[in-house]
Design a protein around this ligand. Structure first.
Ligand code: ATP
Length: 377
């Protein structure tokens, strides 16, 4: 087990900045997930921790030891890749034992470690099989077993579930969480899948264009996104954004005015120019819907919308709607609710207490309204 630290890490490939001036501290025993769109620099970051790429600048420490330029084999890490990279001519047992044999470990010790890892991963009955005789999920478990037997200080995983079908991915996700709970070792896990990040990470690093956008627990990232990118990247369907202006009404009150909507933000601290251009962020689940002619709670946080598409997902329904002012709005309602038909006019009432304000130019968050309280950035 070990803490991993990146200090001012930059990686430039032939003039392309893949990772820029990154500082990150991953605590001992943490399950840290790096997430972001393709090309944002997550794999490069992981490969630098593994020693498979050398940083152009900065320092990497594992367990307080400077390993910036150390060989991968001297870092006490084990990496699991998207492609399982098993040796096809070796049995499961031989695949798992391979690195230990190279290290000339005692046969009895090797056997003990392989048997223990196989039991942990439910592979005990498959040790004599060859990779081609296994399912995708079993192969991925062998790849994990090969990492586990090395008893590394840090596990590095690069999209290890992406070759599995949807059902198996969900199962294996849960197995990896259990594995982390049992081993209590530091995990660094790369994915572009925000559901994986949200369900597996004890903390998440959201990256874009080689830069960290936010580091936090899944709840922090979801409920308090630092900027527009994080707000719209995490959460499915994505957060709705309504254009408008922000004006200070009194010492204690800000007012967002958009197309057909007005929302108050009790706030004393935020320094703004009146009529600043902002975006109001509302998650799809943070709205109630009513028939237009029968809304007992009608007020100025209600928007009239026309339903364009309805997606029935069983436990919930996703309504793709358009406001009177032609703004696109997605609303998520429980599957047991009365689901409006395509073409229906509805009133969407925004939960006052769950809205976010972003600066329209910089994309930075200005404040979040979290029920009664308003938190500035
Ligand atoms: P993906 O999810 O698609 O794997 P990623 O977030 O892991 O993407 P990286 O693979 O780290 O992104 O790539 C970051 C940037 O660095 C990209 O612009 C990529 O083209 C570039 N890059 C990565 N490896 C190399 C390389 N060996 N040579 C040149 N450019 C590279």
């Amino acid at each position: 087990m070990a803490k991993v630290e990146l200090r001012g890490i930059t990686k430039i490939f032939n003039g392309t900045v893949a990772v820029r001036k990154t500082d990150l501290e991953i605590c001992d025993g943490e399950f840290m997930v790096l997430v972001g769109p393709s090309g944002c620099g997550k794999t490069t970051t992981l490969r630098m921790v593994a020693g498979l790429e050398m940083p152009s600048d900065g320092m990497i420490l594992i367990g307080e030891k400077d390993v910036t330029y150390a060989e991968p084999k001297n870092r006490d890490i084990a990496m699991v890749f998207q492609s399982y990279a098993l040796y096809p001519h070796m049995t499961v047992y031989e695949n798992m034992a391979f690195h230990l044999k190279i290290k000339k470990m005692d046969k009895k010790e090797i056997d003990e470690r392989v048997q223990n890892a196989a039991a942990l991963l439910g592979l005990s009955n498959y040790l004599a099989r060859y990779p081609k005789q296994l399912s995708g999920g079993q192969r991925q478990r062998v790849a994990l077993g090969r990492a586990i037997v090395r008893q590394p200080q840090v596990f590095l995983m690069d999209e290890p579930l992406s070759n599995l079908d949807a059902k198996l991915r969900v199962q294996t996700r849960a197995e990896l969480i259990k594995l982390h709970q049992k081993l209590k070792t530091t995990f660094i896990y790369v994915t572009h899948d925000q559901t994986e990040a949200m369900t597996m990470g004890t903390r998440i690093v959201v990256m874009k264009d080689g830069k960290i956008q936010q580091v936090g627990t899944p709840a922090e990232i979801y409920n308090h996104p630092a900027n527009l990118f994080v707000a719209t990247f995490i959460g499915s369907p994505a957060m709705n954004l309504l254009e408008g202006t922000l004006t200070r009404e009194t010492d204690h009150l800000l007012r967002f005015c958009g197309n057909g909507i007005s929302v108050q933000f009790p706030n004393t601290d935020l320094k703004i120019d009146n009529n600043s251009k902002v975006l109001l962020g509302i998650r799809p689940e943070n709205m109630n819907i009513y028939p237009v002619e029968n809304n007992p709670n009608f007020n100025d946080s209600c928007l009239r919308c026309m339903v364009e598409v309805v997606e029935h997902i069983g436990s919930e329904a996703i309504l793709h709607t358009r406001t009177e002012h032609q703004e696109y709005m997605i609303i998520k309602i429980p599957g047991h609710a009365k689901i409006p038909a395509v073409g229906a006019q509805i009133q969407a009432q925004i939960f006052y207490g769950k809205t976010h304000l972003f600066d329209a130019d910089s994309g930075n968050k200005l404040c979040t309204r979290s029920y009664g309280a308003v938190e500035n950035c």
